[in-house]
Design a binder for this molecule. Structure first.
Ligand code: AFP
Length: 331
């Protein structure tokens, strides 16, 4: 049977919705194009001396790598024609970028973390690009402080031994693998399901002195010897949430980035709009959950463009247990 390309899959799904205008279809196909361009830049970066940091910092004060900016530029360029998108916001930019308007204006807003896990760039580790798509607000183009439930699509591109594209439009999660010799993403898993529970957890435990009592107690619980409940869990932490989340999507388990009172991250590190909302949408569509510990991450309405939250994501069993720890041990 002929392989199913990303473009064909998306087009066929569009045909299943008679009222569709085709714009969201085109937009999703463009993320595929951006993914291929970023994958090429990553493959050649070492040879072109494009590793390393710039002198600039992002809006959260983190040093930007050269490839953070290259990936950001590629994603911005990807939507600068065709009038699909009216505004883009990114972890790497202070303010939303408003595209020059067509008469009727693009119907969508895109938000992205162009290079997730950038500390992995210089060591050839796993990286990702995360994206979220909202219908443009009728009130104000740049109104992006909205609930994660308003996302119409979200996903990520994972740059590992293979380049993968995983997305949801609210009708399941689909996984594609880039076939480099033909330059196409091919359907690899239709309707991915996350296991109800797993055997692994991902967290930067070196920071545990700054965590709450509940966070420490939960991770200690994961490490206890109790074969009857599948414990102890194994740690797998890569420095790229996309990489860690992808493992959990396929194998189950939990990823956490708690609030850290000692490292200047009292609300955690992860940004609501570029990281938490899109991955929580993917998780939920695959049967998993994203949570702050106190509420479903998709219900969070950020109070600022670069707002952060403590974040846990993964199988329903582990996320529920985590919420129980937070509920019972928090003051
Ligand atoms: P960057 O995209 O700024 O590199 O951050 C990556 C990330 O948001 C997430 O992907 C990682 O799991 C986490 O940060 C790593 O942060 P620590 O180095 O503090 O563990």
């Amino acid at each position: 049977m002929a392989p199913i390309t990303l473009d064909r899959f998306i087009l066929e799904n569009e045909h299943a919705h008679p009222g569709a205008t085709g714009e969201l279809t085109q937009l999703l196909m463009r993320f595929g194009l951006a993914g291929k361009r970023i994958a090429r830049e990553l493959a050649l970066a070492g040879l072109r001396k494009l590793h390393g940091a710039t002198r600039s910092a992002n809006p959260s004060g983190e040093k930007q790598k050269k490839l953070d900016l290259v990936a950001n530029e590629i994603l911005l360029e990807t939507f600068d024609y065709g009038g699909l998108v009216s505004v883009a916001a990114s972890e790497e930019m202070d303010r939303p970028f408003v595209y020059p308007a067509r008469a009727d204006g693009g119907r969508y807003a895109v938000l992205f973390d162009p290079m997730d896990g950038s500390s992995n760039i210089d060591v050839n580790g796993t990286l990702g690009s995360i994206f979220s798509v909202l219908a443009r607000s009728e009130k104000k183009k740049t109104d992006l402080l909205r609930s994660g439930r308003e996302q119409v699509a979200a996903g990520y591109i994972l740059f590992g031994p293979a380049t993968l594209l995983v997305y949801t439009c609210g009708e399941g999660v689909h996984l594609f693998t880039l076939e480099p010799s033909i330059g196409e993403f091919l359907l690899t898993v239709r309707s991915v399901r996350m296991p109800d529970r797993g055997r692994g957890y991902a967290v930067n435990e070196g920071r545990s002195d700054g965590w709450s009592k509940a966070d420490r107690a939960f991770v200690d619980w994961l490490k206890e010897q109790d074969p009857a409940t599948g414990r102890p869990y194994s740690t797998r932490y890569s420095g790229s949430m996309v990489g860690d989340f992808h493992r959990i999507l396929l194998e189950g388990g939990i990823y956490l980035y708690p609030a850290d009172a000692l490292s200047g991250k009292p609300r955690g590190k992860l940004r609501v709009l570029y990281e938490c909302h899109p991955l929580a949408f993917v998780a939920e569509q695959a049967g998993g959950r994203g949570s702050t510990g106190r509420e479903n991450a998709l219900d969070v309405v950020p109070d600022a463009l670069h707002a952060r939250i403590p974040f846990a994501i993964g199988s329903p069993s582990e996320v529920e247990t985590y919420e129980r720890f937070v509920g019972s041990l928090s003051s």
